[in-house]
Write a protein that binds this ligand. Structure first.
Ligand SMILES: Cc1cc2nc3c(=O)[nH]c(=O)nc-3n(C[C@H](O)[C@H](O)[C@H](O)COP(=O)(O)O)c2cc1C
Length: 173
């Protein structure tokens, strides 16, 4: 499938929109709820078995996904702001909560992501941070942007244990 050309048009996500998807161990989509399809603009047939990167927006720094996967592989839940690309090139912001679901015997079942709307204040703060990280990534690579992300978290007194809470606080009125 050809990748959409991003436009500068934002697709609104309202406070009642709960966007849910599930994936296998590689991040391939195994389930989406109707609102996921409505907002992304893709049909179920276009989404199932596709990698979640079908939604990847070029404004997203790689380091955010590195942080996501490093933590998921350790069994930790991650809450992170993500700018996603719709099928028609529009974008939408979400605060995603991604976690591992296990079977009763403790084995891997799937990854589950539940996403909600992002307030303008958080969009402004996170857009600026991500733009800086992306710039560093383009000129110096992901290791350098990871250092910059860690420095940002440090400056704000955020530890790995408080990362998720910090993201939610940014998204509060
Ligand atoms: C459950 C789950 C949900 C995900 N949701 C998204 C998403 O909404 N948007 C996105 O760009 N990546 C999402 N990802 C991360 C992608 O798997 C991938 O790491 C990311 O798009 C970067 O892709 P790339 O490394 O191929 O560029 C999700 C991963 C998991 C496990």
């Amino acid at each position: 499938m050809q990748r959409p050309t991003p436009t500068d048009v934002e697709h609104e996500v309202t406070p009642v929109d709960m966007i849910v998807s599930k994936s296998d161990e590689e991040g391939n989509i195994t389930y989406t709820n109707p609102i996921f399809m409505k907002i992304s603009g893709y049909t179920k047939g276009e989404l199932l078995d596709q990698p979640h990167s079908i939604l990847r927006h070029p404004d997203m720094p790689k380091v955010i996904f590195k942080y996501l996967w490093d933590n998921l592989k350790e069994g930790k839940e991650v809450h992170a702001f993500v700018k996603n690309l719709c099928k028609d090139g529009e974008f939408y912001w979400v605060l995603a909560q991604v976690r591992v679901a296990t079977n009763p015997d403790g084995s891997f079942r799937n990854y589950v992501s539940t996403r909600k709307n992002v307030l303008p204040k958080a969009k402004a703060a996170i857009s600026a941070l991500y733009a800086k990280l992306l710039e560093i990534e383009k000129s110096e690579g992901v290791e350098a942007s990871e250092k910059a992300l860690m420095a940002f978290l440090d400056e704000n007194g955020v530890t790995p244990d408080t990362f998720n809470d910090f993201m939610h606080k940014l998204n509060e009125e």
